[in-house]
Design a protein around this ligand. Structure first.
Ligand code: XMP
Length: 325
């Protein structure tokens, strides 16, 4: 049987024994795994830990602020916030192919992360939020896409010119154990129970070429969808956010005609996507209530100037994938 307080004190002792007085670097993405790893390491070694948070310009609305608030302000973790959004968007200009976009985002991430960690010349360890399923996945090498991406997401694949030893404090844990640990360590439940967010972020939710204008519109539309999913709760108190495995908005670089007051509009289209799944290998589209869909559509069209049409994706996986790219 699993006892959380004992688990935490054992994990803390183990980390201290392993690291001694050395400095540790961790790439914080805002996702569950790296967040819990950061909280656990901070509990164990305090200011010997420095986190690097890279804003690639493809994050959700207010994400960087939330990460800084949770870790730097509330928990007192040392976090270096690197705003590399201009750099990422510059390298993505003119690129439309999804896999090409993934490669560029992954490569840029490694570059920015390396540049920042080179400044922390005392560091001896690179910490990662690798969890048990990642370990199995990499060993089997079956899911090639997930593996490639994880390596970017978790800052694997960093050239060994960095001469850092690998520290993986969550290596033996399953996802639900990681979540429980996160809550016990004082992370906000909303952060710990988040839907998964792909490493390339909005880069693969803006179809074709990625532009700042599109990312800004998408962020606002997506925030409205998340707000309504969280606010729409059943008799048992469970929200539609909790009842779906993953939900997000996709930006379609297509203009359609609309009317507004006396005038004609010619603006962008977005699609809502919400799925239910156990393993993300197959998925059903979520049967969201029409009232919820209607509210989200009205709010996006009224509040986000530049979008005049909202559609709902009712494709299962297979044959569609969860993401559009
Ligand atoms: P698909 O679209 O393949 O998505 O049905 C399955 C799950 O994988 C996530 N996904 C990614 N995660 N980097 C990631 O870290 C990626 O490039 C990537 N592509 C898809 C997707 O969000 C879903 O949870």
């Amino acid at each position: 049987d699993w006892n959380m307080p004992d688990y935490i004190s054992e994990a803390v002792e183990k980390i201290r024994a392993q690291v001694g007085g050395d400095e540790v670097i961790l790439g914080l993405s805002g996702g569950v795994d790296s967040s819990v790893a950061a909280a656990l390491l901070h509990r164990a070694i305090g200011t010997q830990l420095t986190c690097v948070f890279v804003d690639n310009g493809l994050l959700r609305l207010n994400e960087a602020e939330q990460v800084m608030e949770t870790f730097a302000q509330n928990l007192g973790v040392k976090v270096i916030h690197v705003d590399a959004s201009a750099e990422f968007l510059h390298h993505l200009a003119g690129v439309t192919d999804p896999e090409q976009k993934r490669k560029i985002i992954g490569r840029e991430f490694v570059e920015v992360f390396q540049r920042e960690s080179a400044k922390l010349s005392q560091a001896k360890w690179l910490a990662q939020g690798t969890i048990y399923p990642d370990v199995i996945e990499s060993a089997g090498g079956k899911n090639k896409k997930a593996h490639t991406i994880k390596s970017h997401h978790n800052v694997g694949g960093l050239p060994d010119t960095m001469h850092l030893k690998l520290l993986e404090p969550l290596r033996e844990l399953f996802k639900d154990e990681v979540r429980e640990l996160g809550v016990q360590l004082g992370l906000p439940p909303a952060m710990v129970y988040r839907h998964p967010f792909p490493g390339p972020g909005l880069g693969v939710r803006i179809l074709g070429e990625v532009k700042k204008e599109y990312a800004d519109l998408l962020r606002r539309a997506d925030a409205i969808f998340m707000e309504e999913l969280n606010a729409t709760v059943d008799e048992a108190g469970k929200s539609w956010y909790a009842k779906t495995s993953q939900a997000f908005v996709v930006f379609l670089p297509v203009k359609s005609v609309g009317v507004m007051g006396d005038g004609r509009t010619y603006e962008w289209v977005v699609s809502l996507r919400a799925v239910q799944t156990q393993d993300f290998m197959t998925a059903h589209w979520a049967h969201l209530p029409y009232e919820l869909l209607g509210r989200v559509s009205n709010r996006i069209i009224n509040e986000v100037r530049g979008i005049n049409r909202v559609v709902y994706d009712i494709s299962g996986k297979p044959p569609a994938t969860i993401e559009w790219e």
